[in-house]
Design a protein around this ligand. Structure first.
Ligand code: CP
Ligand code: NVA
Length: 299
């Protein structure tokens, strides 16, 4: 059987993604369903960027499923001293059962996966953050039911999270309106491939019209720290405020992958409002990844 990886949402069929979401919801409701499906299995976690949610949720997920996790950073592996991606993938995948990687170039993750004998999971690259989308979709399903046919508004940078929302629009069958400043658009080819359901709207008010979900992300992502000042200027009109939420559908939810900067991409009152589901969304990283790990590696 060929090894299944999870580098983007497109690596799984829509039915498989829905199966994972429903399993995640069940695992959250009934912890006794967990069993020990990953007993004696090991997850290796490479992180070349900081993380709170992704690291903690993967490690706890492995523990709760009876397995264990190993945290690896560039400063304490040979990968950080120039051992090639290909060689590292060949070696590590002979010792562990599943690998998760947070890195910069998406292409680096793809190269690692090509040489791995075991499933590789994207824990965030400059291109995509598919694990976050599993949690976001789970959160929407829990609060509002199926997202198919709904409208989602993305406000802000057309970067990794936005690009994962584009893939989610395809796999979960919703319309995505993107309000981003010129020069911060998602990948042109990705947009062209999804032109039937993904629209660059620019104006945040127009983007949130009829939206059942409004979501955003930091203005300067990891690796873009020197652009912080210029980005703060360009993105100023893209803050999600109470006034903007009032233009969305009456039952619209607010989501943010976190960490958030209150007063930048989102006002404090929106982040802390009752229709903000960001804490459920963060918790669901754990449940969704448990379901993903089971799907990819349980016997
Ligand atoms: N949302 C998310 O991936 O958070 P971390 O960077 O803390 O893992
Ligand atoms: N876009 C952000 C997401 C963090 C979870 C980043 O890449 O830093």
């Amino acid at each position: 059987m060929t090894t299944r990886h999870f580098l983007t949402l497109l690596d799984l069929e829509p039915t498989e993604l829905h199966q994972i979401i429903h399993r995640a919801i069940a695992l959250k409701k009934s912890p006794n369903l967990r069993g020990e499906s990953l007993k004696n299995k090991t997850l290796a976690m490479f992180f070349e960027k900081s993380s709170t949610r992704t690291r903690v949720s993967f490690e706890v997920a492995m523990n709760q499923l009876g397995g264990s996790a190993l945290f690896l950073s560039p400063s304490d592996t040979q990968l950080g001293r120039g051992e090639s991606i290909e060689d590292s993938a060949k070696v590590i995948s002979r010792m562990v059962d599943v690998i998760t990687i947070r890195t910069f170039e998406h292409e680096k993750l793809q190269r690692f996966a090509e040489h791995s004998r075991v499933p590789v999971i994207n824990a965030l690259t400059d291109g995509y953050h598919p694990c976050q989308l599993l949690a976001d979709m789970q959160t929407f399903f829990e609060h509002r039911g199926d997202i198919a046919g709904k409208t989602v508004a993305w406000i802000g940078d057309g970067y990794n999270m936005c690009q994962s929302y584009i893939n989610a629009a395809k796999q979960f069958d919703f319309t995505l309106n993107i309000a981003c400043p010129e020069g911060f658009d998602p990948d042109a080819q990705l947009l062209a491939e999804n032109a039937d359901r993904v629209h660059i709207v620019r104006d945040p008010v127009a983007a949130v019209k009829d939206a059942s979900l409004v979501t955003t992300d930091v203005w300067a992502s990891m690796g873009q720290e020197e652009e912080q000042r210029i980005r703060r200027e360009k993105f100023q009109p893209y803050q999600v405020t109470r006034q903007l939420m009032a233009e969305a559908a009456p039952d619209a939810l607010f989501m943010h992958c976190l960490p958030a900067h209150r007063g930048e991409e989102v006002s404090a009152e929106v982040l802390d409002a009752p229709d903000s589901v960001v804490w459920d969304e963060a918790e669901n990283r754990l449940h969704a990844q448990m379901a993903l790990l089971e799907f990819l590696c349980a016997d």
